[in-house]
Design a protein around this ligand. Structure first.
Ligand SMILES: [Zn+2]
Length: 449
């Protein structure tokens, strides 16, 4: 498609500004967009779609949302998990942008009342990106989410995302024992699949035969094949076939369907089952898993562990500010009393007292004080106390309390190592681990495929 010129200039008031446009390179599902047949849509939506995605990429967003509310629509960008307002559109134009991106992602533009999901290969500033396009019906119009993944900097190894050694060891041991369910959980849009695949990579795929059951949307794990079920076979029959093929681990895509979860869990008595789940934390994931299985005792018996991640922002190393913590502060947060230096976000720059001029913000982070994110982890194993909490009704708070009593790995404990080495600051932990305000929001789930 020669539709997109590079370095096209756009007149912005009096200044002529150079904008680099994203280059769309085709749908990841191989379906070619028929632009000829959709001339009207292309005229209405292509430039705006290109501008929106380019702006999101320029701002280093990992995600953009376009929500239509009646006659108006607003885009928002998410940078390191923080929402920022994007451009506003009249409703019809926003709809053209959505339909255009659907067309480019190889989705069916005639279907608007069902969730759809696809991908666009793209290039921006010479870097390869994958744009995951998701649409969902809602509020009388389709709503759009585009997740942007830089294929050059994808975090692929357990070391890259910082899975603690003790969690890696637990995953390896469970695979070696040929039994038990390992769940990898995290909030929606936090990269749960990336972490789950990293967890799968903790298992030596040359020693243990791992198979993937389900759709990874083009992602691959070296030496781990996707298992193709025979036509007409039930899940049970497919799992039996994997066992006959000397499988040690089966990786399922998202655990969401009760029948799938029950069947997989029943199989976990002689094969290791791994899957991903959207949940706020590990205790929440256990509660959901028990709910899907329906039988708390069997669910607890077959569970090996639940690993959950949360993303926290990293302090900008260019402008972070060192300070000496007081012994009281160290004791309060549970840090080693010998800690000499901690870091915090730089204070906002003061304007020059004479000229009143604002100083230039830090060039590395644009004055935000943070740059990039890192994951912190927790892991809950079904110890006696945790099992008791599960059988007693699987209330997440009770499971959390039991795990804490057993000194299992909590987010806070894992995050303190990142405060200690200056990767992040205490104010960021406070923001991330503050109890949710008001009523807890329902966790959005990926629609079944
Ligand atoms: Zn900075």
């Amino acid at each position: 498609m020669a539709l997109f010129k590079k370095n096209q200039s756009v007149n912005d008031d009096d200044e002529s500004e150079e904008i680099e446009y994203v280059l769309f390179q085709g749908a990841t599902n191989g379906i070619e967009a028929n632009l000829e047949e959709n001339k009207k849509l292309v005229a209405a939506g292509l430039t705006a779609a290109k501008e929106l995605v380019s702006e999101a990429l320029e701002e280093k967003s990992e995600m953009l949302k376009l929500q239509i509310d009646g006659k108006r629509a607003m885009a928002s960008f998410f940078v390191d998990g923080m929402k920022r307002p994007g451009p506003k559109y009249p409703g019809p134009q926003a709809n053209a942008v959505i339909q255009m991106l659907k067309l480019l992602a190889g989705l069916d533009i005639t279907v608007r009342d069902k969730p759809q999901r696809g991908g666009i290969s793209a290039k921006y500033r010479d870097l390869p990106f994958e744009l995951m396009v998701k649409t969902q019906p809602g509020q009388g119009a389709e709503q759009l989410t585009v997740t942007m993944r830089n294929l050059k900097t994808k975090r692929v190894t357990p070391e890259d995302i910082g899975i603690p050694e003790v969690i890696k060891a637990k995953i390896r041991d469970t695979a070696a024992s040929h039994r038990g369910v390992i769940l990898i959980a995290g909030p929606p849009e936090s990269g749960v699949t990336t972490t789950a695949l990293c967890a799968l990579r903790c298992v030596d795929s040359y020693l243990y035969q791992c198979f993937i059951l389900g759709n990874l949307y083009g992602r691959e794990v070296l030496n781990v094949p996707v298992f193709k079920p025979e036509p007409g076979h039930t899940l049970e029959m497919t799992i039996d076939r994997i066992k006959r093929n000397e499988g040690d681990v089966i990786f399922f895509d998202e655990f969401i369907d009760p029948e799938v979860v029950k069947t997989a869990m029943m199989a976990a008595s002689d094969i290791c089952i791994m899957s991903e789940m959207y949940a706020r934390d590990a205790a929440d994931a256990i509660a959901k898993y028990v709910g899907l299985v329906g039988d708390p005792i069997t669910a607890a018996e077959n569970l090996a562990c639940v690993v959950s991640h949360k993303l926290i922002r990293k302090l900008c190393t260019r402008c972070r500010e060192a300070f000496r913590p007081s012994p009281k502060l160290l004791a309060q947060v549970g840090l080693n009393e010998d800690t000499k230096t901690l870091y915090r976000k730089c204070p906002p720059p003061e304007p020059d007292p004479k000229t009143g001029e604002e100083p230039e913000p830090c060039r590395a982070c644009g004055g935000l004080g943070f740059r990039g994110r890192v994951a912190v982890f927790e892991m809950i194993e079904p110890t006696e106390a945790v099992k008791e909490a599960i059988v007693a009704g699987a209330d997440p708070a009770a499971i959390r309390a039991a795990a804490r009593k057993d000194k299992q790995i909590t987010f806070q404990k894992d995050a303190l190592r990142l405060v200690e080495d200056g990767t992040t600051g205490l104010e960021e932990l406070k923001r991330v681990f503050a109890p949710p305000a008001g009523k807890k929001k329902a966790v959005r789930r990926r629609p079944p495929q």
